[in-house]
Design a binder for this molecule. Structure first.
Ligand code: 5AD
Ligand code: SF4
Length: 478
């Protein structure tokens, strides 16, 4: 049984070998380029969307580096541009299209440039047509299920010159062994499962990332062990719904079991994970976290709405009572746990009263932070077809009210941190204010402090002196 499962869910070793051959062929070409030009051809990858996409982009970059490219942050100097798109909201799609639009002039200047578009947006038929007809200078398009075949597509494009627009991949599998080029030397993403079976009525993800499939436990354990040995300090396990981990592997290892296994790896590191679906966030999982050494006391648990009627219409399969029961249990077991959430405002037919139920729920749940979103209709999802779509102005008004309520709560959650000394993983000089360093607490809160170059990538003890809704300020104990 297990053999059958493995065979069905994982891209075959032969297929991965085939891709390695394409990698070797392109590498040989790029070595010739290096000999002639004195430098490697450059590759640029632009990522939109969630952490899963960031993880995928590190695979795209990994393949590019294996093929002899050197990564660059400057699209102008690239011979290979990859745009990894997102489909979760209209705004993300418009950004991807506008960025791809900006690359048209680069192609006009450099006919050798190859432009690749991939990711969630271009799994959708209407977007494939957009690219096909309105963006003729895009050379290669492929969906989320074909990422491991990127070397083959690139080779075929270079050899035959024809555009490659792949839309016919219907089977979603796990691909092991794709090279990874990680952005950071101390924070890493590790996908544990892909896809989603939940079909929340607003969400495009199940349509663009396929059904749930999990990586095998040993693959994950080996990857995390290597990362810890390489000095990674913060490892985030990724999946659209990590609580479903292991349902398809036949290994009798659920997500809590996986965490318990990972926790045995010796070293000084944190493990984070996202995202959990409240409908199956188990007590067992919370118990394992509470008893673990390396699991960060941080729970991201999207609530989406505080109204039972809206939750039903969203097909979330829990009500507020069940939701808050999980929150209470987390706090009972881990009183200092940081709990964050996602909220959507302006779902079709959301009444003023329903919206106020969400505000009340925020007051009860007292999240440390929320990611709030204005509902964006996605073509092909049930909610997009529902009557009673909320006008944009009303959605924005609710959004502003939501933020104001949560700001107060976040500030209230951060203030008790003042005077405490906490562990912070330093990210280096802050991107927005070059005078200070920034890092993140175990719960993922942003902390600013005066740092030193050698702090980057290390754990520091920081005494908090000031709190704002979205940040803490403190001094490093040296
Ligand atoms: N409109 C607005 N927000 C959405 N999300 C998912 N789909 C939509 C949509 N159509 C939000 C949910 C999810 C987060 C990743 O994005 O809150 O948890
Ligand atoms: Fe989308 Fe719901 Fe799946 Fe999350 S659980 S990816 S919101 S369908």
């Amino acid at each position: 049984m297990e053999e059958v499962m493995k065979k069905n869910r994982t891209v075959s070793a032969e297929e991965m070998e085939r891709q390695k051959e394409y990698i070797a062929r392109i590498l040989a070409e790029n070595e010739r380029y290096l000999a002639e030009n004195g430098s490697r051809p450059r590759a640029f990858v632009l990522t939109l969307g969630c952490q899963q996409n960031e993880a995928d982009s590190e695979r795209l970059a990994g393949m590019a580096v294996a093929m002899g490219y050197e990564m660059t942050d400057t699209p102008e100097e690239a011979r290979l541009i990859m745009v990894n798109t997102c489909a979760i909201r209209e705004h993300a799609e418009q950004r991807a299209l506008s960025l791809v639009g900006q690359y048209k002039h680069l192609k006009a200047k450099n006919s050798e440039l190859i432009i690749v578009i991939c990711g969630c947006m271009v799994v959708q038929e209407h977007r494939i047509n957009d690219i096909k007809f309105k963006y003729p200078y895009v050379d290669i398009l492929f969906g989320t299920s074909s990422i491991h075949r990127f070397p083959e597509f690139l080779y075929e494009k270079q050899r035959r010159g024809r555009r490659i627009l792949r839309s016919d991949e219907t089977e979603y599998l796990v691909a092991e062994g794709i090279p990874v080029h990680r952005e950071s030397s101390f924070r890493a993403w590790v996908s544990v499962m892909y896809g989603c079976n939940n079909f929340c009525s607003y969400c495009i993800v199940p349509y663009v990332r396929g059904r749930e499939r999990s990586r095998r436990r040993d693959e994950i354990v080996a990857e995390v062990r290597t990362l810890v040995a390489e000095g990674y300090r913060d490892i985030t396990l990724l999946g659209q719904n990590v609580n479903s981990y292991g349902k398809d592997t036949g290994e009798n290892c659920d997500f809590a079991d996986l965490l318990a296994e990972l926790d045995k790896i010796e070293g000084d590191y944190w493990i984070h994970f996202m995202t959990s679906h409240p409908k199956d966030a188990s007590r067992k999982l919370i118990d394992v976290m509470a008893g673990s050494k390396h699991m960060a006391r941080h729970f991201h648990l999207p609530m989406q709405s505080g109204s039972d009627r809206v939750l039903r219409a969203m097909n979330r399969r829990y009500d507020f009572e069940k939701y808050i029961g999980i929150v209470d249990y987390i706090r009972e077991k881990m009183p200092d746990a940081v709990i964050t959430s996602d909220i959507i405002v302006g779902f079709p037919q959301e009444t003023e009263e329903n919206f106020e139920a969400t505000l009340t729920a925020l007051g009860r749940a007292r999240f440390d932070m929320i990611y709030s979103f204005i509902y964006s209709p996605r073509k092909g999802t049930p909610a997009a077809e529902m009557e009673g779509q909320i006008p944009a102005a009303e959605k924005s008004r609710r959004f502003e009210r939501l933020l104001a309520v949560q700001n107060e709560i976040s500030l209230g959650a951060n203030q008790p941190m003042v005077g405490k000394t906490i562990r912070v993983l330093c990210d280096g000089i802050s991107k927005n204010n070059k005078l200070v360093y920034s890092g993140r607490s175990e719960g993922g809160k942003i902390v600013f402090f005066e740092g030193e170059p050698s702090d980057t990538g290390n754990f520091l003890a920081v005494t908090i002196e000031r709190a704002e809704p979205f940040a803490l300020y403190g001094t490093v104990n040296r």
